[in-house]
Design a protein around this ligand. Structure first.
Ligand code: CUA
Length: 167
């Protein structure tokens, strides 16, 4: 089979591009941990408490193993419900030791909200009727702001909490 010179150049270019794009995709997925945020888990948007993780007593930070944690969050305009502390005050700040595996589970009671732990790969859209979840390893110490990055109404900019990763 005879291939024209230009045909060879274009074939090389096409196959080369494919290899470059697949490498970028593979790097993002396997080294940077970029994955779809959840698995299509549904919840009744008018009664998210019917889902075990969003019962008031299960909200916030729970340690499930030596270095494993779950954070359940009920989002609503304009507030992230992370449960209550011993004094009965709303939790606005959670602390997790460095190197922990953390599963975030978020659901909304009203409109679409965002859930972004700024500076990490935790960045999810929270849609009514769905549970957004993402498991990640918190390796970098510091204080991160959890922000709502989907415009949800007049108090959108007031919707935040903080997460501290300590050594
Ligand atoms: Cu919630 Cu913006």
């Amino acid at each position: 089979m005879h291939l024209h010179k230009y045909e060879k150049i274009w074939l090389t270019f096409g196959i080369g591009s494919l290899i470059v794009f697949l490498s970028v995709l593979g790097y993002g997925a396997f080294w940077q941990g970029t994955h779809p945020q959840s698995h299509g888990v549904t919840v009744d948007p008018n009664n998210i408490e019917s889902y075990e993780a969003f019962k008031p007593e299960n909200l916030g930070l729970t340690q499930v193993d030596d270095d494993k944690y779950i954070v359940n969050i009920a989002a609503s305009a304009f507030y992230y419900d992370l449960g209550k502390d011993e004094e009965g005050n709303s939790v606005k700040h959670i602390r997790i030791p460095k190197g922990s595996t953390v599963l975030f589970q978020v659901a909304t009671k009203d409109v679409v909200h965002g859930f972004n732990v700024a500076g990490t790969n935790v960045n999810m859209m929270v849609e009514p009727g769905y549970v957004s979840s993402l498991e990640t390893v918190m390796n970098k110490p510091g204080t991160y702001t959890i922000v709502c990055n989907e415009y949800c109404g007049i108090g959108h900019h007031l919707m935040y909490a903080t997460l501290e990763v300590y050594e």
